[in-house]
Design a protein around this ligand. Structure first.
Ligand code: AVI
Length: 320
């Protein structure tokens, strides 16, 4: 075996061990919950890409339209000779709108998935041959080190997709504080965020008629079966998503349809009929709420662009 294969093997073993610990702890805990990041194995990531194209899932296309309409405004606010750091870059599709509009000294996509990073960086290098690109494989929630930059190069962060909504408020605040430290005193952050709106619209976005979101949630059970020798019968659980107006968030679970016992990683777990396991929150913001949150982390809401229906917003956050 060569060094690359050994390294990949080591990373996969560490990932699986992390998954095993999180699942065993999450199923033993009450209420039961498994962290959302485990939804994104290869199949989960492919299903999420499909979600982004669903007619009911307005988030991706609305954000893309806003970015397309205002990329020049963002570039003008940011100024020349900037480093663009993307938090959770995935396939870097939306970042291309900024890469086309901004005058950049560097693009640094940051993503936890080495696979995603390598494939998207190769495509970007081909399409932007003169742009320096430095990929960083890291968890954006805990990243501390960034590429070295000349002092004149200011940093602009990019956090699209309303991924901020998947963080609980205290985690979102921690993200903003860490981003502020990474971006430095003259930095700025371009943020995509889903807005509060009528409940029916929100409900439909997470309960699509083609059943892709349900398949995305239940893929977690498949993953436990495959990676942790699980015995989940997917016909005996269902996806559940609803808007909680008090908390201002979509809540997503898988719910047991009967009394049953399931083995995972060598342990038996019983589920009563109707019992559910939490998998995701997707918080929705209004502008005053967002302003107050970012202010606590030292940012100031300099500009905000929305679509005509005010479904989604792209904010330009400067250092306060
Ligand atoms: C990645 N994130 C912003 C999505 C959301 O809308 O909260 C995840 C998602 N889960 C189900 N549908 C979409």
């Amino acid at each position: 075996m060569n060094g690359f294969v050994l390294e990949l093997d080591r990373v996969q073993t560490a990932d699986r061990e992390q998954f095993r610990c999180a699942v065993l702890a999450g199923l033993a805990h009450r209420p039961r919950a498994i962290p959302a990041k485990f939804l994104y194995d290869a199949r989960g990531s492919a299903l999420f890409d499909k979600i982004c194209e669903l007619p009911e899932y307005y988030l991706t296309r609305t954000e893309t339209e806003i970015l397309r309409d205002h990329a020049a405004d963002i570039a003008a606010l940011a100024g020349p000779d900037r480093a663009l750091l993307e938090f959770g870059s995935g396939s870097s599709v939306k970042s291309r709108l900024l890469l086309d509009a901004m005058d950049l000294a560097l693009y640094a996509p940051i993503d936890i998935s080495r696979e995603h990073l390598d494939s998207s960086t190769a495509r970007l290098r081909r399409d932007y041959p003169s742009l320096p690109i430095e990929a960083v494989c890291a968890d954006y929630m805990s990243i501390a080190d960034l590429p070295q930059l000349a002092p004149s190069v200011r940093r602009v962060g990019f956090f699209p997709g309303s991924s901020i909504g998947n963080l609980e408020p205290h985690e979102a605040l921690a993200f903003f504080r860490n981003a502020r430290d990474l971006l430095g005193d003259k930095g700025a952050l371009v943020l995509g965020v889903d807005l509060k709106k009528d409940f029916a619209r929100l409900h439909a976005a997470y309960n699509d008629s083609a059943g892709v979101t349900a398949a995305f949630t239940l893929n977690l059970l498949r993953r436990m079966n495959r990676e942790l020798q699980g015995t989940f019968n997917l016909d005996r659980f269902r996806h559940e998503a609803f808007y909680n107006p008090v908390e201002g968030r979509i809540e997503i679970y898988f719910r047991s349809l009967s009394n049953q016992s399931v083995n995972v990683a060598g342990q038996a777990f019983t589920f009563t009929a109707g019992e559910r396991v939490h998998t995701e929150y997707s918080y929705k913001y209004d502008v005053p709420q967002l302003e107050s949150l970012v202010r606590q982390a030292g940012f100031r809401l300099e500009r905000l662009w929305t679509d005509p229906e005010r479904l989604f917003a792209v904010a330009y956050l400067a250092l306060a």
